[in-house]
Design a protein around this ligand. Structure first.
Ligand SMILES: Cc1cc2nc3c(=O)[nH]c(=O)nc-3n(C[C@H](O)[C@H](O)[C@H](O)COP(=O)(O)O)c2cc1C
Length: 185
């Protein structure tokens, strides 16, 4: 799959088969993560590979709480969705050193995240970028503590990865023409 096809066909996958992901695939995905551009080439990212169900379930629960506490979804519905996501065999937590790259660490971490999602897709895996578990500082701090992350690192994203058990429905996409301005806004 070439990069254009990968970009155009990638979707967020939230339901996974009970099939493990090989360490080789994870290493290749991480290699693509660290090839992302970063401001001043600081490469402030570090990654935590989480396979432990207890930790994935807790992260999922915090994601569900976050949607509920921010009044975006009923707790029951979001708990169900995040419980399914937590069945992904692997979570990759993307964190950045905020001291090493104080201005652009979020952008750098986001670029690494997208590279990994595309790499996973091109390998026949599915993934989803999880922002909800770290949307509220109290939840993010709990996850940092659970993972033993140093204080000056901050979590940019959590990527759930596995083999897709269900392709999502097509989603509404805004018209490209309404998003582009030539020369001036
Ligand atoms: C910053 C960010 C945070 C996201 N957080 C979540 C999340 O917490 N849970 C989730 O299920 N999807 C999450 N997503 C995935 C989006 O819902 C998804 O990308 C969007 O609906 C478009 O669907 P697609 O990825 O299939 O194109 C997040 C995506 C981004 C970029």
């Amino acid at each position: 799959m070439d990069v254009i096809e990968a970009i155009k066909t990638r979707r967020s996958i939230r339901l996974f088969k009970k099939k493990d992901v090989s360490p080789q695939k994870i290493v290749e995905i991480l290699e693509c993560g660290v090839k992302a551009p970063s401001a001043s080439n600081f490469q402030p990212w570090e990654f935590v590979i989480v396979r432990e169900p207890k930790i994935k379930n807790r992260i999922g629960y915090l994601g569900a709480r976050s949607l509920f506490e921010r009044k975006k979804r009923k707790l029951k519905d979001s708990k169900k969705q995040f419980a399914q996501i937590a069945e992904a065999p692997v979570f990759i937590v993307v964190a950045c050193d905020t001291r090493a790259s104080p201005i652009f660490w979020k952008q750098d971490g986001a670029a690494a995240t997208q590279n990994m999602l595309l790499a996973a897709h091109s390998q026949g895996l599915g993934g989803v970028w999880l922002g909800a578990p770290v949307a509220l500082t109290k939840h993010k701090n709990e996850i940092k503590k659970l993972l033993g992350m140093p204080r000056h690192y901050d979590i940019v994203s959590i990527v759930a990865l596995g083999y897709s058990a269900k392709l999502p429905r097509s989603r509404p996409m805004k018209d490209f023409k309404d998003k582009v301005h030539f020369e001036r806004w």
